[in-house]
Design a protein around this ligand. Structure first.
Ligand code: UDP
Ligand code: MG
Length: 318
């Protein structure tokens, strides 16, 4: 048993002022329990990353820090998005902890699963995935769109862990490996499985958001899905190529047909057919260009290699 595991819980927060007090209360209770059971070290911490919130999230984090010395606050200079905020926290934790658990600020991830995460870590797992056993509390739209997303992702060749979001434990070693991934288009749940190492899963049931609204409206969800697919798979471009071949083949048949009709001397006016072909092919070409553009956009941002986050301030009572 690794008795002195220093556990860091990493929580990105964007406009989470309504959730933070409750989350801190439950989580610090949990951390204290684990410390008193000697499962984790007294040096364990809770890291809140304020991802450029527009409400008073940062002042709440600072205030909570005064009453709970185990809280560390990291303020990003602006909103960098969930994945980047999470990375900022994990990269901070990497230098201080033996293992880090990432979770949402809204108490959707069951805090009681932390015991099982540590158990698996003690059984030498380097990465432990939290997998949702049920999604009763999610809206039917969210549930179905998320499941469809996992299916499409895996079909397209990007291996993600089914029904796993970003509730996971990573050992210091796994975090060090993660730090070697320099990509700017971050999709952590696709990147982490490519690290390899010994993994385990923990099942938990996903609760309702404790307070406030989801910070992932439909537009962000679609962006996230497109990002996930185009960051991990070139299959869409291959499909375009295949589509091109099929369309060319059909065009060839039509061409033969047109020549034969012409030779027989029965040339039809064919207006409807011409118009349909133009619109159909125009649409297909635009979709194809869009998909290629998506990849070029990715290359563009990777080439610039801008910083993935900027830390403005770190507050810690230590
Ligand atoms: N989040 C963030 N930056 C953003 C959007 C979200 O740090 O730009 C955080 C948010 O505060 C929460 C986590 O990411 O802790 C997941 O967001 P949310 O719970 O709203 O997503 P959902 O569970 O609805 O998919
Ligand atoms: Mg949530």
């Amino acid at each position: 048993m690794k008795k002195s595991t220093i556990l860091y819980t990493v929580i990105p927060c964007y406009n989470e002022s309504e959730c933070l007090s409750k989350t801190t209360e439950l989580l610090s209770q949990k951390i204290h329990d684990l410390i008193s059971k000697k499962q984790i070290s007294e040096k364990s911490r809770i890291v809140y990353i304020d991802d450029g919130s527009k409400d008073n999230t940062w002042s709440i984090i600072q205030k909570l820090g005064k009453n709970h010395p185990q809280i560390i606050g990291i303020k990003l200079s602006r909103n960098f998005g969930h994945q980047n905020a999470l990375l900022a926290g994990l990269m901070y934790a990497k230098d201080h902890c033996d293992a880090a658990i990432s979770m949402d600020a809204d108490l959707q991830d069951d805090i009681n699963a932390i015991d099982k995460f540590i158990e698996k870590f003690n059984n030498s797992a380097e990465i432990v995935y939290g997998v949702r056993s049920e999604r009763k509390k999610d809206s039917s739209f969210k549930k179905h769109s998320a499941l469809l997303f996992y299916k499409i992702m895996n079909k397209l060749g990007a291996n993600t862990v089914y029904n796993h979001a970003d509730y996971r434990l990573m050992s210091k070693r796994a975090l060090e490996e993660l730090s070697k991934f320099q990509e700017v288009n971050l999709f952590l749940r696709g990147i982490v499985p490519t690290i390899g190492l010994k993994t385990a899963t923990v099942k938990y049931s996903r609760a309702e958001r404790f307070a406030g609204e989801s910070k992932y409206p439909l537009k962000k969800m679609i962006n996230f899905a497109v990002d996930g697919i185009t960051s991990f798979s070139i299959k869409p471009i291959r499909l375009i190529f295949l589509l091109g071949i099929i369309v060319s083949f059909i065009s060839f048949i039509i061409l033969c047909y047109a020549v034969i009709v012409k030779l027989i001397g029965q040339a039809v006016s064919g207006w409807t057919f011409t118009i349909c072909s133009i619109w159909l092919l125009g649409g297909v070409q635009m979709i194809a260009l869009g998909i290629i553009g998506e990849y070029i956009g990715k290359i563009y941002s990777e080439v610039k290699h801008r910083p993935r986050y900027t830390i403005e301030e770190i507050s810690s009572s230590q």
